[in-house]
Ligand binder design. Structure first.
Ligand SMILES: NCc1[nH]cc(CCC(=O)O)c1CC(=O)O
Length: 311
């Protein structure tokens, strides 16, 4: 391949950091690249994501890729809708940043140190329900905007804290503002948080192959596949907030031997903001099935709850 690869990116600092990492890895492997900025409605509107819809950050980039304006699209994987785009191929899932959420609080405080009544900002129903379920008496307030806008609300004293993806802060070089990285037991991240999705056109097999061979990380792909299958199965059954985290761990297999296994945890909120949690462990080769099994378990638990005791 001796053409220059046009790498499509959104213009935000986070998106630029992500696409630069990908372009750099391709350059290091000996390919010429060029970043092409694509503006999306998600960057132009400050309305809540729940109103402007899933895919708001990714669809314009996907259109530019399908139309041949760029050759490669780099997305935050968690922003991609679960329905596949038949025109595109998910050529690579590179190594993931730490997928956990992070707290940025005034005066260096941790969650446990924030007094009851503290005002905590997040625009995500997943983070809101999990924050409220901690029972610490926080007032959760909806916010939007890029990382800097959100953090400024803490420095300005408008909020006591905000919750953000640790990965986003890591990518823009702001890890030092984090006052606590939240344990997945308190706050399960969004499915695929911290991971990138690198796409090309489905008929561009040269690019597909080179993205796969230079960028793809198998362990990360497997973990994210489980989380996304979990999300897709739940989306089919309800529209509630969902969190998930899949990790490759050393565990005993069915024959009692130590092996690499996939440990998947999931959470879904009920309509009255109760949280249902479950986990499964299984073969790394059965990632998507594990995600679907986990979803089925939680949908059953939800159905049992809805039908009420004694029925
Ligand atoms: N929804 C916006 C978005 N999409 C990806 C990230 C962070 C990077 C990532 O999770 O990979 C963020 C910001 C956030 O959730 O704080």
């Amino acid at each position: 391949m001796n053409r220059t690869l046009r790498v499509g990116t959104r213009s935000s600092a986070l998106a630029m950091a992500q696409s630069t990492t990908v372009a750099q890895a391709l350059e290091n492997a000996g390919y010429a690249t060029e970043l092409v900025t694509v503006s999306t409605p998600g960057d132009q509107s400050m309305a809540p994501i729940s109103e402007i819809g899933v895919g708001v950050f990714t669809s314009a980039l996907r259109e530019a890729l399908a139309a041949g304006e760029v050759d490669v699209a780099v997305h935050s994987y968690k922003d991609l809708p679960t329905t596949p785009d038949p025109r595109l191929s998910l050529a690579a899932v590179p190594g993931r940043e730490d997928p956990r959420d992070a707290l940025v609080a005034r005066d260096g405080l941790t969650l446990g140190e924030l007094p009851p009544g503290s005002v905590v900002g997040t625009g995500s129903p997943r983070r809101t329900t999990q924050l409220e379920a901690l029972g610490l008496g926080f007032q959760v307030r909806g916010i939007r905007g890029n990382v800097n806008t959100r953090m400024r609300k803490v420095t300005d004293g408008e909020l006591d804290a905000v919750v953000l993806a640790r990965a986003g802060l890591a990518r823009v070089g702001l890890l030092e503002v984090i006052t606590e990285t939240l344990d997945p037991l308190q706050m399960l991240p969004a499915p695929a948080q911290g991971a990138l999705a690198v796409e090309c056109r489905v008929d561009d097999v040269d690019t597909e192959h080179l993205l796969q061979s230079t960028l793809d990380n198998q362990a990360c792909r497997v973990a994210v596949a489980a989380e996304r299958a979990f999300l897709a199965a739940l989306e089919a059954g309800c529209s509630a907030p969902v969190g998930a985290l899949a990790e490759v761990v050393e565990d005993l297999d069915e024959d009692g031997r130590v092996a690499q296994r996939l440990f998947v945890r999931g959470v879904v909120a009920t309509d009255d903001a109760q949280l249902l949690r479950a986990s499964v462990t299984g073969e790394t080769t059965a990632a998507e099935q594990l995600g679907r099994d986990l979803a089925a378990e939680l949908l059953d638990a939800r159905a049992a709850l809805l039908s009420g005791p004694g029925q």
